[in-house]
Design a binder for this molecule. Structure first.
Ligand SMILES: [Zn+2]
Ligand SMILES: [Zn+2]
Length: 318
């Protein structure tokens, strides 16, 4: 067996024939995408994220998703396109996201919650993770029907005040960075993570699985925005979030578009009786998730710069 010193010396030798070592700085967007794919390896959650952040993202066909409690205190309702998550506390429900319309609230969210034993009249807060209509569309209906308060970051209240989209809720509570909301036995912490939109919020909150406590992040907006400046903002949010998540001991990763993080499949694994909760990925894998996100965004930014010369732009959605 070679000595440790020999191995180190060999590792420091320049590669013959001009080949670049694997750790060389990426020179093209594809280098970044390849690096992200390598980081993801055969991890289905990370592979799904690579795909979701790729420029050629295809949105899934919209099908209903059977509601399910993915944690003792978290229920998911929605479709294959977008989901809302209900955080169940001892004093009522905090609903994160409200799908696309009053009809979605009436036909999917309310019966979905009832189907998993959650009383929708107990919804106290509806949090729109960002100001796109697939996240706030049912909020006003739930506010009018159950007296729930609607929460969104100021920047996205401003965004919808300017764009006046259909089904926009009436301006209600403003979320600020680091704000805590306690309802009964749960405290949710709102982190402003701009990028997907100026007011995207990624909440961190306690979840329980078979009585054991874990800490979850719900990434509030995943698809990279159209402009390079906004992508840079997103990249900065990802780096800040990764540090905060490490400090908070985040070991559960959730997404409101479950196609982006293998979430839809993970729901089905649980429904099929998985004994280990596949949403509990542990702190190290959670950090790798953020590293994949960072690497893909660096590629997208570089791709923008390359496209700028040719005058093409990338369409965005959701
Ligand atoms: Zn969306
Ligand atoms: Zn969006």
């Amino acid at each position: 067996m070679p000595s440790r010193r020999t191995v180190l010396a060999a590792a420091l030798l320049p590669l013959a024939g001009g080949a670049r070592p694997a750790s060389a700085a990426p020179k093209t967007a594809q280098d970044y995408y390849d690096r992200a794919a390598k980081l993801a390896g055969d991890d289905p959650v990370l592979k799904a994220l690579v795909k979701a952040l790729s420029p050629d993202l295809q949105m899934p066909a919209v099908q209903p998703v059977k509601p399910f409690k993915i944690f003792d205190n978290v229920a998911v309702v929605g479709t294959t396109f977008v989901q809302a998550m209900a955080l169940l506390t001892s004093k009522g429900v905090i609903l994160i996201d409200a799908m696309g319309s009053p009809d979605d609230a009436r036909k999917i969210i309310i019966p979905g919650l009832r189907a998993v034993g959650v009383n929708p009249t107990h919804i106290k807060y509806v949090v729109a993770a960002h100001g796109h209509d697939d996240h706030f569309g049912g909020a006003q209906y739930l506010a009018d029907t159950y007296g729930a308060r609607v929460m969104m970051h100021k920047a996205d209240w401003d965004l919808i005040a300017k764009e006046r989209p259909e089904h926009a809720p009436k301006r209600d509570l403003e979320i600020t960075d680091g704000q805590k909301l306690t309802l009964g036995d749960a405290t949710i912490v709102f982190h402003h993570r701009p990028g997907h939109t100026p007011g995207t919020v990624s909440p961190v909150f306690p979840v329980r699985w078979k009585g054991r406590r874990h800490t979850a992040i719900l990434w509030g907006g995943t698809n990279p925005p159209a402009t390079t400046a906004a992508k840079r903002t997103y990249l900065s949010s990802v780096r800040t979030a990764a540090v905060a998540m490490r400090k908070a001991g985040v070991d559960v990763e959730l997404n409101n578009h479950g196609g982006a993080d293998y979430g839809l499949t993970r729901i089905e694994q649980l429904r099929a009786g998985a004994t280990k909760n596949p949403f509990i990925i542990g702190p190290a894998r959670t950090q790798r998730f953020m590293k994949v996100m960072e690497t893909m965004l660096r590629g997208r930014i570089l791709q923008d710069q390359q496209k700028a010369a040719s005058g093409r732009s990338t369409p965005t959605c959701c």
